[in-house]
Ligand binder design. Structure first.
Ligand code: HEC
Ligand code: HEC
Length: 199
């Protein structure tokens, strides 16, 4: 029994010190690791092919969301794309360091024309703004949508609808919208000031 208590106390201390180590996130290491990402995420209007859409802007994106997105690619909770190869070997510490760098490194706010009616989109998107604000709240996990490329937003919203990208909350919130509705919503967010490429 005494041994068991000692083991429990030991693991408690170990837990605490592991946690405080994880807090010492090294933003410089994150910046260095981001070098391999620049070819796609630091180029304005860089296009993915098959399907064709612009590689999402992540400059100024919330760090908690960036980290959760990288983990989702790594675990293949998000469909396989070129992002699997970029995320699969990231440690937890490095994921947080990269996320911190991305949040702090807003660059050029490149714009790309997108079809859709932003005025109609604005009305349809009223219920979305409680979560998709531009505030960088530490604990917020919903992504910033303002300034994102319209064709990327439309594509991911269709991926939620079809279940290709898994998120029960987003799937049910988007269930009633037509393709045209989604294009209008996408153009509304694409027209706003917000995200940028990473500088
Ligand atoms: C070959 C081009 C390419 C490279 C290199 C690349 N990415 Fe990506 N990235 C993409 C594409 C394409 C997507 C959208 C994938 C999808 O549909 O889910 C994406 C998505 C993301 C997302 C999710 C954005 C969102 O709004 O959900 C994050 C975060 C991200 N990448 C971070 C990184 C990081 C960090 C690196 C380097 C370690 C990196 N990427 C390297 C092409 C790239
Ligand atoms: C209760 C909070 C909440 C509400 C309300 C909400 N969302 Fe989301 N949304 C989220 C979260 C959390 C995610 C991240 C899910 C994931 O990791 O795939 C997300 C992801 C998204 C994405 C993916 C962005 C990217 O960079 O890949 C889009 C697009 C989106 N939501 C659109 C909408 C629209 C349009 C509405 C309103 C009809 C809406 N959301 C309402 C919480 C919310």
């Amino acid at each position: 029994m005494k041994k068991l208590i000692m083991a429990l106390v030991g693991s408690l201390f170990f837990g605490v010190s592991a946690q405080s180590q994880a807090k010492g996130i090294d933003i410089v290491a994150g910046k260095n690791a981001f070098e391999t990402c620049r070819g796609c995420h630091s180029v304005p209007n860089y296009s993915n092919v098959y399907p064709t859409f612009y590689v999402p802007k992540i400059g100024g994106q919330r760090k908690a969301y960036v980290a959760s997105a990288l983990i989702a690619y790594k675990n293949e909770a998000r469909a396989r794309t070129s992002m699997l190869a970029n995320a699969y070997d990231l440690t937890e510490q490095m994921t947080e360091a990269i996320a911190l760098h991305i949040e702090a490194s807003a660059g050029t706010k490149s714009k790309a024309p997108y079809t859709g009616d932003p005025a109609k989109g604005k009305k349809l998107a009223e219920s979305c703004l409680s979560c998709h604000t531009n505030d960088l709240k530490d604990d917020a996990t919903a992504p910033i949508l303002a300034g994102q490329y319209g064709n990327y937003l439309a594509k991911v919203m269709m991926d939620y609808q079809s279940g290709k990208r898994k998120d029960a909350g987003m799937q049910s919130m988007l269930a009633g919208f037509s393709k045209e509705n989604l294009e209008d919503i996408a153009s509304y967010f694409a027209d706003m000031k917000g995200l940028s490429i990473v500088k």
